[in-house]
Design a protein around this ligand. Structure first.
Ligand code: 13P
Ligand code: SF4
Length: 340
């Protein structure tokens, strides 16, 4: 939470204006000029402190443009952030995303100082399952490998055989060479993968509170209104939504689709900020925005990033025994790699 008694950089002087002018050029289509003087002093200070303290800011695709485009060192989907956390040479990693992403960074870089600007940035999928649930499932289905989406806690990952993300889920499931897997916790991702593979999928009842809100009727109404529209959807959406979409993939998969195909008009059936960030990089593509916000992602702000740096808060701490077990399941995934 923000302490309103604290001071934050707010002077939009000529030094700040000059030092941030190139950054504003990059976001001017999305951030109105009148708003820039509120962001620029914080952006300037964060970027100065980051260099002084050897900090890397790893930012998920759902963060707002002033964070995504103006203070981040690495941006991407969950899978890319995991690779970068493992390979980073910074002393401190700040994760601008949700808690499971910061925990994954800590598991992969246990000797680094890993911070999250707001500890309340959670995830409905991560909340949907506990380590005890997995232990019970393993008793019920002995010998069946457990594939767990990275949107889970470190305790859950420690009970897992191999992790996956939306960018490699099918690839991970099929790489195991078995006829049956336990696939947790996202019910819709499990159904969407089951539709593409002969491997039998035993699923759980978790849902993403953002993606479950989209309906096929809503998407069909957009398609009726804009005949030439290309629909890109995240696989956390229901199978009915995926069935009326032209492409389903991770946040990076959707972003790459736009970059590579340059459709005239597109809808990204996912979190709001994604379209803003991708629109900036693809000025010739028109974005129709069916907007659902992730309230957890939106807890991160420039002020909280600034506080994270100046007060070295909030440190991610994970028990060593859990790190050692959870790391195996993430390392297995990173060895298998990406499929989309
Ligand atoms: P990606 O791995 O596709 O970035 O998705 C993460 C997420 O939380 C989507 O809701
Ligand atoms: Fe979790 Fe959904 Fe938010 Fe992604 S969009 S972090 S899955 S609640």
């Amino acid at each position: 939470m923000l302490n309103e008694n604290l001071q934050y950089p707010s002077d939009f002087n000529s030094e700040v204006k000059d030092a941030t002018a190139h950054l504003y050029k990059g976001v001017e289509k999305i951030i109105p000029e009148v708003e820039w003087p509120f962001h620029a002093p914080l952006i300037h200070e964060i970027n100065k402190l980051k260099k002084e303290k050897n900090i890397a800011i790893l930012t998920h695709n759902y963060q707002t443009p002033e964070i995504f485009h103006c203070v981040s060192d690495i941006v991407g989907d969950s899978l890319k952030l995991a690779y970068e956390a493992r390979d980073s040479e910074a002393d401190t990693i700040i994760v601008c995303g949700v808690h499971f992403m910061a925990e994954t960074a800590k598991i992969l870089s246990p000797n680094k100082n890993v911070l999250i600007p707001d500890t309340r940035a959670g995830c409905s999928l991560s909340e949907s399952i506990t380590a005890e649930d997995i232990r019970l499932l393993k008793q019920k289905y002995p010998g069946v490998p457990v594939v767990t989406y990275v949107n889970t806690s470190a305790d859950v990952k420690a009970e897992t055989d191999v992790c996956c993300t939306s960018g490699n889920a099918k690839h991970v499931v099929e790489s195991l060479g078995v006829d049956k897997v336990i696939f947790l916790p996202d019910e819709y991702l499990a159904k969407n993968i089951a539709a593409q593979t002969d491997v039998k999928i035993i699923s759980w009842k978790g849902r993403c509170e953002v993606h479950e809100r989209f309906t096929a009727d809503e998407i069909m109404a957009y398609k009726k209104q804009h005949k030439d529209i290309v629909v890109l959807a995240h696989p956390e959406c229901s199978p009915e939504v995926i069935a009326v979409s032209d492409f389903a993939g991770s946040t990076a998969g959707m972003s790459n689709y736009v970059k590579d195909n340059q459709p005239g008009r597109v809808i990204m059936v996912t979190e709001c900020s994604m379209s803003d960030n991708v629109a900036i990089e693809n000025p010739n593509v028109e974005f129709i925005r069916p907007c659902n916000l992730c309230p957890h992602m939106k807890r991160i702000s420039l002020k909280k990033i600034y506080d994270a740096i100046r007060f070295n808060q909030h440190q991610i701490l994970v028990d060593k025994a859990i790190i050692d077990k959870a790391r195996l399941s993430i390392d297995r995934m990173l060895e298998i790699g990406r499929s989309s």
